[in-house]
Design a protein around this ligand. Structure first.
Ligand SMILES: [Zn+2]
Ligand SMILES: [Zn+2]
Length: 300
């Protein structure tokens, strides 16, 4: 934290969170509302490891399940079914069963790891004080994170489709051949660790190369990456979906096809790796439909 905030913390250790926000806002009027909420959280918690751990876990839960909600509502409104890529609408029971597995994984596999994040990341030089970096800097770092993570995801996901790796690790994620939002993180803990290493590793690599990254940027990145993952599994391709405006953005149709045909379309956010290396699912289907069918049966 900045020295202003540390001095402030020493005088106000017993007040509630909202009172802390009020006092921080009047103490330093240069802070915007988000920076004031952020600084107050660390002051209120009075333990940076707990503060980051709890904020990270809550952010993940709220964004993940919150982003799934609009798609669950679309499932209930027939008007939106015209935008469904595959015709199958998941039942509430299917979605609840899936959510339960995802929740258990969040509490057992992810929560313990989250507590190690703060000490490791701050040791590596991650900043978490106020004010936040400028939006132009955040935007550039986000683009770098998307490119780095997409590359990691392409190669590791492609590797996870080979033999034993598929059968013992990745097969669980392919349980749903017509995916829906909640299925985005329905995966074995080993797969979550392998693919999650790209999500956490991309910004940390950036930090090690440039020596400049803020925890807030990391949260924006994780939020956008969660949006991408849930959207990709949503099963909906709307006329307003991002891929219609950014032709190299993968979108739901790209990953939905991966779940449907099991091979091809391995990248997460962009289409370029699959395009350049000839692993686009539709392309392979067109050019080599017969041999692909054989592989599908073998992998199933
Ligand atoms: Zn896969
Ligand atoms: Zn998937």
């Amino acid at each position: 934290m900045t020295s202003i905030v540390i001095n402030f913390q020493m005088q106000n250790q017993t007040v509630g969170y909202l009172e802390t926000v009020k006092q921080v806002s009047s103490h330093d009027q240069t802070l915007n509302w988000l920076e004031a909420l952020w600084a107050s959280w660390y002051l209120y918690m009075n333990n940076d490891i707990y503060a980051t751990g709890m904020m990270s876990f809550l952010l993940h839960e709220v964004i993940y399940f919150g982003r799934c909600l609009p798609f669950m509502i679309c499932d209930k409104i027939p008007y939106f079914h015209r935008y469904k890529i595959q015709t199958k609408i998941p039942t509430l029971k299917e979605q609840w069963d899936c959510a339960l597995v995802v929740l258990i994984s969040h509490f057992t596999a992810e929560l313990p790891q989250i507590w190690f994040f703060h000490p490791i990341a701050t040791w590596a030089g991650l900043a978490y004080g106020v004010p936040f970096p400028t939006w132009s800097k955040i935007s550039l770092q986000l683009i770098a994170c998307f490119i780095l993570e997409d590359t990691w995801h392409y190669w590791t996901h492609r590797a996870l489709h080979y033999g034993l790796l598929y059968r013992h690790i990745h097969k669980m994620h392919h349980y749903y051949s017509a995916p829906f939002g909640l299925a985005a993180e329905y995966a074995s803990p080993i797969e979550t660790a392998i693919l999650g290493a790209g999500v956490i590793g991309a910004p940390l690599l950036l930090l090690s190369l440039t020596g400049d990254l803020h925890l807030f940027t990391m949260y924006v990145w994780i939020t956008l990456r969660l949006f991408q993952a849930v959207d990709a599994h949503s099963g909906y391709d709307f006329p307003w979906s991002l891929r219609h405006f950014l032709p190299f953005w993968s979108g739901a149709d790209h990953h939905d096809l991966h779940h449907k045909v099991f091979i091809g379309n391995y990248a997460s956010s962009f289409r370029w790796w699959d395009y350049l290396l000839g692993t686009e699912a539709s392309q392979r289907k067109k050019q080599n439909g017969r041999s692909m069918k054989i592989v599908i049966h073998k992998e199933e």
